[in-house]
Design a binder for this molecule. Structure first.
Ligand code: FES
Length: 1007
């Protein structure tokens, strides 16, 4: 049909099917700021303004938009400087999002900006609660909403001060005066405007003294990709146009376990517009693992692109490519499949029972370490440190407990998506939203029958990953279809596929047994785990191994036990006929800390000891061996490692102060809602007589990369004007790694961040990097980039010395700062002059550095995480009022991006604590398939979040950094569980802590 729609004040004549959505029509116009997040508009990523009101473009037909004014983010503002043409610049809301660090992956950003514009147009002076309500329809999985809310309030203030030119003075505070250091307490937070009550917009940083002299590192620099993301530029994998593009779809199994007896694809192939239909009979049979890890994959090889057997509801049966998405979906319905259903194993407890059906009986199956497909055992882990039985024998008390954690979803707002095509050299290009581009290339080469050198993987911006994209999950689908048809193919997961056929966090049952002396000295600690890998063994060994490696390493005991800890970690990771589990932020560790920290709380209370003092008495300290480093290394040779920096005690002190812990813990009056200082976010109802308050803590540690394995590399190239290109193999998922690595490079080269142009990553043009996982990017890839920058800097010094008529031997004394090379005698030459001299004038050379780095250690970050809750004793409802995280992540390169990581991680962990869970019916079919049944926190449901950085200087890194990305996932759930115990005296040992569980426990308690 023909219609006219007006978008961003421009009329467009469209010839489109009557069923085409406005979302598809706008993207066909090249307006890629409008994003697909789900089929039902529940993510809000597809928000546009129609006549000034927010509307889900995916829920509206293009025809319905005729006669209306549509605004997308592209119609708001643009980069102010377009060469000789100047523009009016970014809209104040866009500008505020850039300046406040409100963007992480940026996938939700255009929608949030438009929702904010609709609000500010009708209400220029909104309250925080009104801002939260206005963006509550746009889900963000990255930020915790702290900085987006701040950005909108800031934009409102800027508009009030200066109209809409964005030139207003900062309303009361500025990021420019962020000090390099600060006193230990109370930090250096500037006063915040009243309108931000409840929004902890700036983290507190307790600065390491080494950081004081730095100009770029440690500063809240704007993200290097922020300006393009607020404009909705075509930055993501699906944001491209290709002539002849086909759309892929996958037919998925309705059975949990079945053999495919026959497939009739004739009707589907005959459908006009269908270009290819592929089944298991059409593809070479190549076994592989989808786990995006370095070679050799530390897990079994048990997966085929397509197989004759299906092993979970949602497993692949056939691939289709067609001219349109609608035709591809129609073709799926025309494929006739005869299945022979098999007995299915839906519960991990049944997997290893005698006589259980075998899920993997394919002859190509390749074992890894202790996996045993005949017993449905994907991995077996047995770690014994010290003499555990002796430790139990020496204990005065032995405490045992069983804990359970559910399967949960990464739920990145951008689904998995890949585009494949042959380039002009007959090389296969895979443009994909992945955390591991180099692993995609290496692992898919044999699957596709291509040598590695004929594959190029491009990783554009990623709309969130959280471990879900550390998987070579679906790139093979469009790749096979491109090989079959010769044409470009795009394949994008639906939200339902994300819930039914992507990866998730391993559900586990964890049994704790702990020996303690009467004085609280721990003598032995044991964890036994049953972990469910689902139908395939991707990440089975490594995720569950980390459950013990990180969560059981924190408490070593005291006195002689500290010198020789007694720790046992045994785990069975079993196959079931459920969707495979995999990597998810925290990588097995949140599961472990749910058990460990709930258990520690119970022990401290049973011994009538202070819960915090008991933990610190037994916690690991600087200068001690990481106990697991002597025993386990993800299936490789263990290498003993001494932990150099532990800021845990300061984290506890800072967190306690932020929570007002001492006045609340054990305070009966406060618990009943009568005490001072009860935290309650704006808009929350006040306490009633049925409400009880509680406060809880959890202490946690993580890791920073995998030692002797994780490798990153970078190159730094000097340009004619003294700027630099930084080429990174590392993958920025929205974490800000491109920015913080560029900050380190800028610091070494003595230039502002603006002078470092960062590009990541493309397997043809950037050096190798193992990818973004294991909290390693700032530490590993950052160290590699520093090495590259130091090489370039050394050469700059030599050339500057010659220009200043100094001897080469005097070059080392030249200091790089302020875009200049400064001689000790005060003379200087600009880097632009050095660049022109070396590229054009004398003894020409390209100044360039390349660095790669593998770490011999994995220095752990530490944190104390606190929660304050209100529990309704009549309904069991738990409201989390406040979360505080005091974290030792080493030196913080960028407090804005790092605090965004902590806030987002705490929010994701909050879902794990109270509401997120993936469940299956008796046939193994998923119950949660969308953002309606699977609830993730909205902007208007958030507690107060507060982040405190306690800096230590990690000596193994040039800038003293440790990891920050994963650790916020670890302690929120047990802190909430412990706070519920504090509030109402019941132990919920299976998370999430739902109203029903609390209500039942309260009834049992008072029966
Ligand atoms: S920044 Fe909001 S979804 Fe990533």
């Amino acid at each position: 049909m023909n219609l006219t729609i007006t978008v961003n004040n421009i009329p467009y004549e469209l010839d489109c099917p009557a069923s085409q959505t406005l979302l598809a029509a706008l993207r066909d116009l090249g307006l890629f700021g409008v994003k697909f997040g789900d089929e039902h508009g529940l993510s809000g990523a597809d928000t546009v303004l129609v006549d000034g009101r927010p509307v889900n473009a995916g829920s509206l037909l293009a025809a319905q938009a005729e006669g209306h004014e549509i605004l997308t983010v592209e119609g708001l503002g643009s980069h102010p400087d377009q060469g000789w043409r100047k523009t009016s610049g970014l809209h104040p809301i866009q500008q505020a999002f850039v300046e406040t660090g409100a963007i992480q992956c940026g996938y939700c950003t255009p929608a949030q900006i438009l929702a904010a514009k609709a609000l500010l147009d009708r209400n220029p002076t909104p309250t925080e609660a009104e801002v939260r309500a206005a963006i509550s329809g746009v889900l963000c999985r990255c930020t915790g909403y702290v900085k987006p809310v701040e950005a909108i309030l800031r934009a409102a203030a800027a508009s009030r001060h200066a109209g809409h030119d964005g030139s207003a003075e900062e309303p009361g505070w500025s990021t420019a005066d962020w000090p390099a250091g600060g006193p230990p307490s109370p930090g250096f937070l500037p006063d915040r405007p009243d309108s931000l009550a409840g929004v902890m917009t700036r983290p507190r940083v307790i600065a390491a003294p080494q950081t004081q002299a730095w100009a770029v590192v440690g500063k809240p620099e704007k993200k290097v990709d922020a300006i393009k993301l607020v404009q909705g530029k075509p930055a993501y994998a699906a944001d491209m146009e290709l002539r002849g593009l086909l759309y892929a779809q996958v037919l998925r199994s309705p059975h949990a376990h079945a053999i495919i007896r026959s497939i009739d694809t004739s009707a589907a192939k005959a459908l006009p517009g269908v270009a290819a239909v592929l089944t298991w009979m059409d593809l070479p049979r190549v076994v592989f693992s989808t786990a995006g890890q370095s070679d050799p994959i530390p897990g079994p090889l048990d997966t085929f692109s397509l197989d004759q057997k299906v092993r979970f509801v949602g497993d692949r049966v056939a691939f289709v490519a067609a001219e349109t998405l609608a035709i591809a979906k129609q073709a799926l319905r025309l494929i006739k499949v005869q299945y022979e259903p098999l007995e299915a194993i839906l519960h991990p407890e049944d997997a290893m029972k005698p006589g259980a059906i075998r899920i993997h009986d394919e002859p190509e199956y390749v074992d890894f370490a202790e996996s045993d497909a005949a017993r449905n055992l994907a991995a077996e882990i047995r770690i014994d440190i010290g003499d555990v039985e002796k430790g139990f024998a020496e204990a005065d008390f032995v405490f045992e407990g069983t804990y359970r954690v559910p399967r949960v979803q990464q739920a990145s707002i951008e689904p998995h998506v890949a585009v494949t095509y042959w380039d002009e050299d007959d090389r296969l290009v895979i443009r994909t939203s992945t955390q591991v581009p180099f692993h995609v290339r290496r692992m898919l080469a044999p699957v596709l029958g291509l040598p590695v050198k004929r594959i190029r993987v491009i990783k554009p911006r990623i709309g969130g990953g959280f471990g879900g994209k550390q998987e070579v999950l679906m790139e093979d689908v469009p790749a096979h279809l491109t090989i079959a048809t010769g044409r470009p193919v795009v394949y994008e997961y639906s939200r339902e596929e994300e819930f039914t056929a992507a990866r998730s966090r391993h559900p586990m049952t964890l049994i704790m047994k702990t020996g303690v002396k009467r004085d609280g000295t721990m003598t032995a600690n044991e964890m036994r785990v049953l972990s469910d890998t689902g139908a395939y063994g991707c990440h089975a060994l490594t995720v569950t191994g980390n459950t013990g490696h990180k969560a059981m390493a924190l408490y070593v005991g005291d006195g002689t036990y500290r010198k020789s800890p007694n720790i046992r970690f045994h785990a069975d990771v079993v196959y079931t006929n459920t969707p495979p589990t995999g990597a998810f932020r925290g990588y097995g560790v949140p599961q472990g800390y749910w058990a460990v920290e709930r258990h520690m709380e119970k022990i401290a209370r049973a011994l009538s000891q202070d819960a915090i003092a008991f933990r610190l008495k037994n916690a690991i300290r600087a200068g001690e061996y990481h106990p697991f480093s002597t025993a386990w290394n993800e299936g490789r040779e263990p290498r003993p490692e001494v932990i150099q920096t532990v800021g845990l005690e300061m984290c506890v002190a800072q967190g306690k102060a932020a929570m007002d812990w001492d006045s609340k813990y054990g305070n009966r009056s406060w618990r009943q809602g009568n005490g001072k200082g009860s935290s309650s976010p704006a808009g929350r109802p006040s306490a009633s007589s049925a409400i009880r308050k509680g406060i809880g803590v959890a202490m946690v540690m993580q890791g920073t990369a995998i030692p002797y394995l994780d490798m990153g590399a970078a190159t730094v190239k000097m340009n004619d004007d003294g700027s630099f290109n930084l080429m990174l193999g590392a993958t920025d998922l929205g974490t800000g790694s491109d920015t913080v690595i560029a900050q380190m490079v800028a610091e070494v080269l003595g230039v502002p961040l603006d002078d470092v142009i960062t590009y990541s990553s493309d397997t043809d043009f950037t050096p190798f990097d193992k990818g973004a996982y294991a909290s390693s990017t700032t530490y590993i890839s950052g160290a590699a980039a520093v090495k590259a920058a130091e090489q370039a800097a050394a050469r700059i010094r030599v050339r500057a010395a010659r220009m200043l008529r100094l001897a080469d031997t005097e070059a080392a004394a030249i200091r790089l700062a302020g875009r200049h090379a400064h001689a000790p005698d005060g003379r200087s030459v600009s880097l632009a002059e050095v660049a022109l001299e070396t590229l054009h004038h004398t003894d020409q050379e390209q100044i360039m550095g390349i660095g790669s780095y593998v770490s011999p250690v994995s220095p752990p970050p530490f944190a104390a995480q606190f929660a304050e809750v209100s529990v309704d004793t009549e309904t069991g409802a738990v409201t989390v009022d406040k979360l505080v995280m005091a974290v030792d992540s080493g030196v913080i390169v960028n407090p804005l991006t790092a605090s965004g990581q902590i806030e987002g991680g705490m929010t994701q962990a909050l879902g794990y604590a109270v509401c997120e869970e993936m469940r299956y019916d008796q046939a193994g079919s998923a119950i949660e398939r969308d953002f309606d049944r699977y609830h993730i926190f909205r902007a208007d449901e958030m507690p107060v979040l507060e982040t405190i950085f306690v800096e230590t200087f990690e000596p193994s890194h040039p800038f003293g950094v440790k990891a920050a990305a994963e650790i916020p996932m670890d302690g929120v759930a047990p802190a909430v569980g412990n706070a519920v115990l504090d509030a109402v005296g019941v132990n919920i040992d299976e998370n999430p802590v739902t109203p029903e569980k609390v209500w039942r426990a309260l009834r049992a308690l008072h029966a």
